[in-house]
Design a protein around this ligand. Structure first.
Ligand SMILES: [Ca+2]
Ligand SMILES: [Ca+2]
Length: 402
């Protein structure tokens, strides 16, 4: 991997950006000039953003609400959103998670939601502490949970004809690592990032879809050209193997490949270019280590596993990604990644599948998802019980437009 150029003062590289305050609108200087950050609305723990063909935005809130942003305002909660398994901070990662829009929405009005559900009538199970998590595991968590993808028709602000089309299997105790970004592939199939549910080893197991990238048809059936479709010893929904917790994913605009940004453990966040059937190594290798400081061999020690094209230690905590295609910012072709613990938007300049530069926009907020608006502006949501829907635009063009 080529050395990555970090943003740093005094070097001939891209500047670090800092917003001095957190008012409803911020301005900061970037390599693309001054950027204005406007607050469009407030949301409780928003998680996923999607754009409808008519320009309306969909946004989820983890406690179980879906809202429509149109004409400058957030709607009331969309009716008939299914019940989700959610419990408030600091112990939750589940709830209502991502939302995606059918490529034929104008004809069929269908959208896709991911969320966590509890096993009906499940008996609470004792938690087996895993030393690899150190003291980071929530032992009060004893319910069997799993992630779900559902399809529904959006009729105004009401869902109809809701169908569950995919489930994580097996359900397990543990509050985290659902994953669950939904990305529509160029061929109209759906990619779903399925986290390891904090159980490590299922990520390498062929009879589980935990710790995998999954690809399904829009009705939940298995595409015939999936790498393990029809094989007796593997699940047909699996597209790639050996992942931890992938909260950011986007389809490359030229190659059509899925790119995912994966949370590492203690260090070792990864940017991976996904190839069908490939094994990305978790939990056997990671450039990070376990929470109890026990070492995990680095990727370079096991070349049989597909290596990330970039890793981050300390971590950025990736959550949400897009390939920028607009012209409002001079960023066409960049991969833009939202960061939680980094409280940043990370922009990677690419040459093919090599990262040639990295710019961090210091947002002073945990960024949960990012989206490109039709005019090339960026929308972002923040991971906070008192979260924000933000719009980022070049400050100069904002002034000239008014
Ligand atoms: Ca890996
Ligand atoms: Ca390591």
């Amino acid at each position: 991997m080529k050395p990555v150029v970090y943003a740093a003062a005094g070097l001939a590289v891209l500047p670090v950006l800092t917003f001095a305050q957190r008012p409803a609108s911020d301005v900061a200087s970037t390599s693309a000039g001054s950027i204005k950050v406007e607050q469009l609305g407030r949301l409780e723990s928003p998680w996923g953003l999607a754009l409808l063909p008519d320009g309306r935005l969909l946004v989820t809130e983890k406690p179980g609400r879906l809202r429509v942003f149109a004409n400058g305002a957030l709607s009331a909660p969309v009716e008939n959103v299914p019940a989700v398994a959610y419990r408030p901070k600091p112990n939750e990662q589940g709830g209502l998670l991502d939302v995606a829009v059918d490529p034929d929405f104008a004809q069929n009005q269908r959208i896709y939601l991911s969320y966590s559900e509890e096993e009906p009538q499940s008996t609470p199970q004792a938690h087996t502490p895993d030393p690899r998590f150190g003291n980071s595991l929530d032992l009060s968590d004893t319910r069997l949970l799993g992630g779900v993808v559902a399809s529904a028709r959006l009729d105004g602000i009401r869902l109809t004809d809701l169908k569950v089309i995919w489930r994580q299997a097996p359900k397990t105790i543990a509050r985290g690592h659902f994953g669950h970004r939904i990305v529509v592939a160029r061929d109209g199939t759906l990619f779903v990032t399925s986290g390891d549910r904090m159980r490590f080893d299922p990520a390498q197991s062929r009879d589980s879809n935990l710790g995998k990238v999954v690809r399904i048809n829009r009705d939940g059936s298995i595409p015939n050209d999936n790498p393990f479709a029809g094989k007796p010893d593997a699940r047909g929904d699996v597209w790639s193997v050996g992942h931890r917790n992938m909260l950011a994913a986007a389809v490359h605009p030229v190659t059509g490949q899925l790119w995912v940004v994966e949370m590492g453990p203690l260090g070792g966040d990864e940017l991976n270019v996904i190839e069908p059937g490939a094994n990305y190594g978790w939990p056997i290798v990671s450039d990070g280590d376990n929470y109890d400081k026990s070492p995990i061999p680095d990727h370079t020690t096991r070349p049989e596993f597909k290596a990330p094209i970039r890793t981050w230690t300390p971590v950025i905590s990736p959550s949400g990604a897009l390939f920028y295609s607009g012209s409002l910012f001079p960023w066409r072709g960049s991969l833009v990644v939202g960061g939680l613990s980094s409280k940043a938007i990370i922009r990677l300049t690419l040459d093919g599948s090599t990262v040639t530069a990295e710019e961090r926009l210091d947002m002073q907020r945990r960024i949960r998802d990012v989206l490109e608006l039709p005019d090339g502006a960026l929308a972002a949501i923040t991971d906070d019980p008192n979260g924000e829907l933000l719009r980022l635009t070049p400050a100069a063009s904002q002034r000239s437009a008014r």
